[in-house]
Design a protein. Sequence first.
Lengths: 308, 385, 249
Amino acid sequence: MFDEYTFEELKAILIMQSFGGLSLLCIYVLMGLGLYVVFGQMKVINMAHAEFLVIGSYTMCLASKFVIEVMPEFINYYLWVAIPLAFVVAFIVGWIIEWILISRLYHRPLDTLLATWGLSLIMQQCFRTFIGAREMSATLPEWLMGSWAPTDIIDIPINGLVILATTIILTVGLVFFTNKTRWGLRMRSTSQNRQMSQALGINTKVTDRFTFALACGISGIGGAFLTTVVSTSPTAGTTYIVDSFLVLVLGGLGSLFGLVISGGFLALLSSILEFFMSGSVAKVWLYLIIFVVLAKFTKGLFSSNIRS
Amino acid sequence: MKSQSTPTLTPNEGFLDKLLSGRSSFLSYSLLALILVVILPLTLSEFRLNMCGKYLCYSFCCIGLVLCWGHAGILSLGQGLYFGLGGYSMAMFLKLEASDLESTKIQTTPGIPDFMDWNQLTELPWFWQPYHSFTLTLLLIIILPILLATLLSFFYFKGRVTGVVFAILTQSMVACAWYFIVGNQGFFGGINGMTDLKTLNGWDIREPSSQKILYFITVACLFGCLFFSKWILNSRLGRVLSAQRDKEERVRFSGYDLTAFRVFIFAVAGVLASIGGALFTLQVGFMSPNLIGVVPSIDLIIYTAVGGRLCIVGAVYGSLLVNTARTLFSEAYPTLWVFIYGALFIIIVLALPKGIAGIWSDHLRVRVRSLLKLDKKDKPEKLTT
Amino acid sequence: MSNTNTDFLLAIEDLTVSFDGFKAVDSFNLYIDKGELRVIIGPNGAGKTTVLDMICGKTKSTQGSIKFKNKELTKLREHKIVRAGVGRKFQTPSIYENLTVFENLEISYPWGRTVIGSLMFKRDQKVLDSIHKVAEQIYLIDDLDKQAEFLSHGQKQWLEIGMLLVQKPELILLDEPVAGMSVKEREATAALLNEIVRDRAVIIIEHDMDFVAQIAKKVTVLHMGKIIAEGTMDQVQNNEKVKEVYLGH
């Protein structure tokens, strides 16, 4: 299948496809970050996590609609308000949901899987009922829509670059937050020894709620940026949920580093496969490769060897 | 001697209760038989009865999930894969029969299924050949899920993958199967599935009379599977399975190779789902990837949970109830139904982890016993069709 | 790795395990005779439980050999080690709470441990007899129909010991068998241990020194993954190094 391309073209394809893979990686990582934090601390598998991504997307779309109708002159700048807004909305919804539902489900991972699936159905129906079933996309400022061409056959879209930058900032930010701040310390101590943390006067309930909401907020930002690439619909989240969980499992469930690497592996593999074969066949091969890898490394690629 | 009697379930139950539990088990099977064989066929229209037959096909998967998830603690989010294996096997047989030379003479290549012809295939692929024979098809419906379930679980169980990680893996497996079928339009009919299935060895399966017969065949198979599962659960293997669910290490250090036990029960669940799938194709007359994807697979779990994840008879009521409710509600209030359905997942997890079987065993049974000396013969809470 | 065969029931040589660089057990040697009762003591974190974990295969060793009846155990999977004749009791009682005492013992019965075998398993007179015999030994003969979660803590410990006895192992590993027991239960346990050691070897980890004195003939003291003393209870108690470790400076 390589015959019809010259070497130069193949190289360009590889670069562009890996860049395409990078955008996918960003979505995986932004989704995975939230799943990882929530599972790590509360042993909750959140099947509704992708819906927070969608909340972020909708916030962005509605914000752009509002700006166009009310103050079209700000269309180039609304992003700087809409993205924090996406975080805040997802954070608040996450806070409420943790309070009502998730807090009752700690350390019952299999049960959370079911309950949060129900939650995701409800959330999707809410989107459909209150926002509309049709696909929706945000009007983007002009500066986001161009592309950057380092050589004449390589062509890299700017919005992809922006997503990449955001993902890096958020990941580094989260690492910094958990490792260097007081809140982060509380989160880590709660996840390591809940009872001891309580005894030390940490309000573990609030810490959990905050962690969950934070994870949702990160997803919200991810969703906001997603609108710069694809349009959004009530069920847009389902596209990513299976793959995101697979990334998490492949990364070893307990390692941020593993999450990023396995996200990269999956994203790169899938975008290269997708170039050479039809989307669904590429998916089949992608899954099969992961199944084989996981059959060999059953603990994931990056799990630490600590006595249980 | 004291211990020779069958083991009691709770310590405060005496000899009388043990007898009753034996009797109530017999009663619950008789009641199910009464409902499925007499009441439903007499009261429902042909159309509704066919729908019930369809729902019963799901309950095969649910029985498998009771064994695999409820008793052995292995949650599979991908039973649709095995449902599809049986469903597609049956569909391939029926499709070949429907694609004889006479009825496909307008095609470029007569004698092959229409979707192959549309996709420029000129020859029947080799893996379709066994489906010329009905006996082989039936064999494959049993053997394929055993092989596939073993292949897809052995390495993971050997590497001690359990719980959430295995659940996620099974979900990806069913997603993979979905993409596989959709991506291979020429071989499996793609997203449209296999349609226009007409006859089984010359017997028209679309006739109302045949549909009624198929319903009874389904019920018969269902009872076969129920007894088979009951036999497994009552054996030492059943106790080992629930023991390893709660105390994995202890069982391992009693000398059991858990990998084999887990693969076994996962394969049994697969076979049950496959039988359900084959019967489904027969009653509905088509098979499509959207019947076996990620979402239908999770639906199977909620049917099981509603019936009671530890109760095989409950699995049947669960799939009948939820599907009936879905049909009734989504005809009248489609939006409301999604909210109810979503809430159902949450309610089951938070308030009713044992499903309706739990309502019966935890609340009603005691009350019924204190009210009456006799065991009550009707359990009105279980079916409201 | 040693290839020499010995007359010992269990011969552990040069056993080492490290977790991410930390050596929890370091060049450990231990020889157990048939019919011997050995007590391993040592302060917290000395590596006692890890030694048992490695014998029964729960933890894989980094180097060294464990030979049971001259059969190398380090490469075997857990159920194979059990079938070779090693039984393990955990620190906190690990029993099946929602099964009856009888069923708990029955699951440990060494027949029908394969898939087919367990499907075909019949509860015949032989099974009943051996379970009753064990139930009598562990003082639970009147509680066979009781659900295990309603047993007292001490009874649960006995039940787990009984589950091992049903397996008819030649070597039993007990991790703190009298933890949480009353004085009376301790005495009964000591009697039980003295009785079961007649047919088999037993390795016990224990903190309770009075209890150790009651049962032990030979004691091994472990500290920081290494053996620092071995001998009779008196010898060990008068050992300077042991005093140092337990009392500190």
